[in-house]
Ligand binder design. Sequence first.
Ligand code: ZN
Length: 478
Amino acid sequence: MQRGAITKVSGLMVMFVILAGGLAAAQTRVCVDPGHGGTDSGAVGYGLLEKNINLDASLWLRDLFNADTADTLGGSSWQVYLTRSTDATVSLSGRTNYANSVGANRFISIHCNAFNGAAYGTETFSYSGTGTSADLRNKIQPRLVSYLGTYDRGVKTAGYYVLVHTSMPAVLAELAFIDHSGDSAKLATASVRQQAARAILHGTQTHMGITAYDPGSAAPPPPTYNAQFIGQSCPTTMTAGQQVAVWVDLKNTGTGNWTSAATRLGTSSPANHASLFFTNGNWISSSRAAGVNTTTAPGAVGRFNFILTAPIATSATTFTEKFKAVQGDSTWFGPEVVFTITVQPLTVIVDNTSSGFYASSNWGLSDYNSLKYGANYRYRTAAAVSDLARWNANLPLAGAYKVYAWFPSHSQYTVAAKYFIYHTGGTATITVSQQASGGQWVSLGTFNFAAGNAQRIAVSCWTSGTYIVADAVKFVKN
Ligand SMILES: [Zn+2]
């Protein structure tokens, strides 16, 4: 304001208070205070000095306020005052005296936090928890958290010097923790500092009852997301139910940072489909394999680590699974990454020479019959005694399996070989003639088994005919 224009008229002293420009009543005077400076570097971390981060964000904020003033399509009109615009040493009283002297309507101090290297996030302070300063604080804080992608430490009150000694509503924003690896990577990025300024602009606009507005060309563009394929690990074959750790490397060719929380590898073609290779306990969800392993700045390569679990296939089947990067679960970007994997059925074979086979010495060993499985087979004379030939099998997955027996066949063998199947529901007896159908896998049916190593099948000698043979059995996961 220009005060005290005094005019003498007809002997009367008349005082006019002239508001500068008449329209200036709508202009808000904002004092922006970049914390620290000069000999006072503020907090330090990861090669960053707080004073430099504060100044850069403050200068961006000044430019945004000025651009908003120049742009009459939206937003508002501002007069910006900076307590420093260079790397200068300014005392705390110098800052508040300046803000008070220029008659600022609002005071916004910009800082970065530091603690023990483990703390992270954004917090914004006012002196009082209620009133105009708290409202400004409450409007700025959520936008900082949203635009910076930082952890929300909330709004707080504090008796900081610049909050106490300013005569206008005042706030102090701690953008992020400069001594925390993730936060400092954000603070080190120019586009992130621009987003901090934009968050404060929008918060201040909203606080003043104006719709948040990005003024014209001066507004920092929102970050873009793009990627270039660098490489992947991919098995060409897997066995049903098998788990294999894989990775995908993508280069960040956009302008926004990737973070493990927001930048993920999702299923594509069609987007968000439930993957047949989903691994419970490892994936984020059935359509999100993993987030990027670390914060990945533009130009850097990020890795997505996850575990594939092969789906069940009862015959060799080739699967194609496709992924793309997705930001915030909605913005898909970059190339499609394709996994092409042939899944073999989960098959367990126990031959009479395998470690899982047991039979007494009453079961002879022969290689006579050419319809045998492997080198030989066991045989026994039929007798009304309990003398089982047994097959134990180590089954990696619980569930249903198709069960087969292989035996050589001959007209002197039994017409009623009794195979006992020890499944989760009890014991089934399957009677098979060994006089025909030898030299191939003969189905005994489909049964449920628990996982692990256990007795699964036995064949009895207590039957009719001359000989019973015990050769091989096979389990195929259903
Ligand atoms: Zn500070």
